[in-house]
Design a binder for this molecule. Structure first.
Ligand SMILES: [Zn+2]
Ligand SMILES: [Zn+2]
Length: 407
């Protein structure tokens, strides 16, 4: 069986990538290795695509163009000492020296994508075009968008489908897939409310922006409970709050940041409108000298699996994984994978695979302690068990690609 002959390559590559993580937009070593391996496998290689991105194209006769993607960046996290191939890398991040770790498992995505490509290259029963995208900067949600102009140039005729996958805190050996929205859209608002500063002993001479901003934060908690239907989903979180310099000074302004997660464009628009209404309404109620300033920060697109394409992948997963093929429950995390197929408006399928000891996951699920017992993505202990995680992801990518390539 072909997977067995490629397993040592995939495992070695995984250990190597895990020990050499790089931060978003700085994936220079990683990109170089990815390009080298694509060249070895016979792909036409494009480097520096939208920065540090790499694209490999393999044309084999007529048939659909299938884009397969892995993301390349690590995170500013100091890795816990658990495995011999742990990362001891450091880098500068916002003026500080930080540890760097593949704490989101993108190393498993890359190693298994390279393995899957080698297996596909060996198989002679398909035709079409295989496009491998090694994407930078998923964690900053701007890597895929940054590749769009170059991708349009490299592939002017577009693609038929894009495929992507992510490791998650589930049982190794399982894959999880669903049609429709599977990961949330994310929006980031930066709000500054303007008051009138003064002495802490004379509140009557001021408009206190702290009290104003605090009432906004409290009232924002009603957005989800009062404007989103019980069968719809949304999250509104105020993640930062800054105001003032000294206890006896009422400051001029207060600033806070809001993160919003939604699964539907209508809900997204409604939630943002409710937030803006509450912010400006509270400013008026407080007698603020002018309306609040609301800036848009980073946004992440919705990941919304195409139903027809997903049905083809689901059939392939049934055949490859049987009962280990599970239904994916939509996740409130966000991804920028869909910005790649959005380059041409093409359909896409995105799924998850588990990376942790199945017995541990089963016992934790039974006890209802999964979130506490299995490390979450981005944690310093998010180190998937090597097998069957790598075999599963490799098999999934091969099976999904073959579901579209001509036979
Ligand atoms: Zn991540
Ligand atoms: Zn990730």
């Amino acid at each position: 069986m072909t997977l067995e002959s490629h397993r040592p390559f995939i495992e070695d590559l995984y250990r190597e990538l895990h020990a050499h993580p790089e931060l978003s937009h700085r994936e220079h070593r990683t990109a170089g290795r990815m390009a080298e391996l694509l060249r070895e496998a016979g792909f036409e290689v494009h480097e520096h695509v939208g920065g540090t991105g790499v694209v490999g194209v393999l044309r084999r006769g007529t048939g659909p163009t299938v884009l397969v993607r892995a993301d390349m960046d690590g995170l500013p996290v100091v890795e816990a000492e658990q495995v011999p191939y742990r990362s001891t890398q450091t880098d500068e991040w916002e003026g500080q020296t930080v540890g760097v770790m593949h704490a989101c498992g993108h190393d498993t995505h890359m190693a298994t994508l390279q393995g899957a490509l080698r297996i596909l290259v060996e198989q002679d029963d398909w035709s079409g075009t295989l496009v491998a995208v090694l994407q930078p900067a998923e964690e900053t949600i701007d890597g895929a968008k940054g590749m769009q102009d170059d991708l349009r140039r490299i592939l002017p005729d577009g693609i038929d489908v894009a495929l992507g996958q992510h490791v998650m805190p589930g049982a190794a050996g399982t894959v999880s897939l669903a049609a429709g929205p599977v990961m949330a859209a994310s929006d980031h608002l930066i709000v500054t409310v303007h008051g009138r500063g003064g002495h802490g002993s004379q509140p009557e001479a001021t408009v206190d922006p702290i009290v104003l901003a605090a009432s906004i934060v409290v009232r924002l908690q009603t957005v989800v409970s009062r404007t989103v239907a019980p069968f719809e989903q949304a999250v509104v979180t105020v993640g930062t709050f800054h105001a003032g310099t000294k206890q006896n000074i009422i400051p001029e302004s207060a600033r806070f940041e809001i993160n919003i997660r939604t699964f539907d464009e209508g809900v997204r628009a409604r939630v943002i409108a409710a937030i803006e209404r509450i912010v400006q309404g509270e400013c008026e109620a407080s007698g603020a000298p002018r309306p609040a300033t609301i800036e848009r920060g980073s946004t992440a697109p919705l990941t919304d699996n195409d139903p027809q394409a997903t049905a083809l992948v689901a059939a392939a997963f049934d055949e490859a994984f049987g009962a280990q093929h599970l239904e994916l429950r939509p996740l409130l995390g966000s991804e920028d994978f869909s910005d790649l197929p959005a380059t041409w408006g093409a359909p896409y399928v995105y799924w998850m695979y588990g990376g942790f000891d199945p017995q541990l996951v089963a016992e934790a699920t039974e006890r209802g302690t999964l979130a506490a017992s299995v490390p979450s993505n981005h944690s310093p202990t998010f180190i998937p068990v090597m097998q069957p995680t790598l075999d599963t992801a490799t098999t999934a990518m091969v099976a999904a690609a073959r579901a579209f390539l001509a036979r």
